[in-house]
Design a protein around this ligand. Structure first.
Ligand SMILES: [Zn+2]
Length: 218
């Protein structure tokens, strides 16, 4: 007996799902979907003010989700070894984070702090910000985003430790649902020396200047 799984459910579990769930729709199909949502919201997509909206939304999506076409590993592959033995913390603080929550597709806005302890080689400092952007410009949950940034830096650079702290507010909490504004979610991922050595962790958290994460993380 064959068990038939509806195509709409296969996409969630099978990365190699058939066309219709995995094939990229055309721009025209995407614009049609926006028109459907405009009608669903209760408006008329043919009125003057909305006539170009589907095209604008689809163009915005290219920007919001450009991380899918960016390879974070490639960003980190060019490194420098002439560091004169520098082996202290390298921290890029207050990186603007713009992402979208994967449950509601509304913005997550905040700041990321990325640190590592070099082992023989360093990476151009702007590359850390670009890794944040490569994962941020996707549909995300903050926990996964934090882990992905840390894990990728650890795997590619192989430093003695990586620390990533993200503080962000989620518009799905402030503009809908519980309607709580001014709430910040803080997540952190500590690897290597930052995980194993409490004094190294304290040092990086002091550099970040965020007391709120120094107590709760293990
Ligand atoms: Zn959400």
């Amino acid at each position: 007996m064959n068990i038939v799984i509806p195509a709409s459910r296969m996409g969630a579990t099978s990365p190699a799902s058939p066309a219709g769930t995995s094939a990229r729709p055309t721009r025209e199909e995407a614009e049609t979907a926006v028109r459907t949502l405009l009608r669903w919201a209760g408006d008329d997509p043919t009125r003057e003010g909305l006539i170009d909206t589907p095209a604008r939304v689809v163009k915005s999506y290219e920007e919001f989700f450009k991380g899918y076409s960016t390879d974070p590993v490639a960003i980190l592959e060019r490194t420098f070894e002439e560091t004169d033995g520098y082996d202290e913390i390298v921290l890029l603080r207050d990186i603007r984070l713009e992402s979208h929550c994967e449950h509601h597709m509304v913005p997550i806005i905040g700041r990321a702090h990325v640190a590592y302890l070099p082992h023989r080689r360093v990476v151009g400092i702007s590359k850390l910000a670009r890794v944040v952007e490569a994962y941020g410009k996707r549909l995300q949950i903050q926990e996964k985003l934090t882990a992905q940034i840390a894990n990728t830096i650890q795997e590619v650079l192989q430093p003695r430790g990586v620390a990533v702290v993200i503080e962000a507010s989620h518009q799905c909490m402030s503009t809908r649902g519980v309607h709580k504004s001014g709430v910040t979610m803080v997540t952190s991922r500590m690897l290597g020396a930052f995980r194993d050595d409490p004094s190294t962790r304290r040092e990086v958290l002091a550099m970040i200047g965020n007391r709120s994460v120094s107590a709760g993380d293990d």
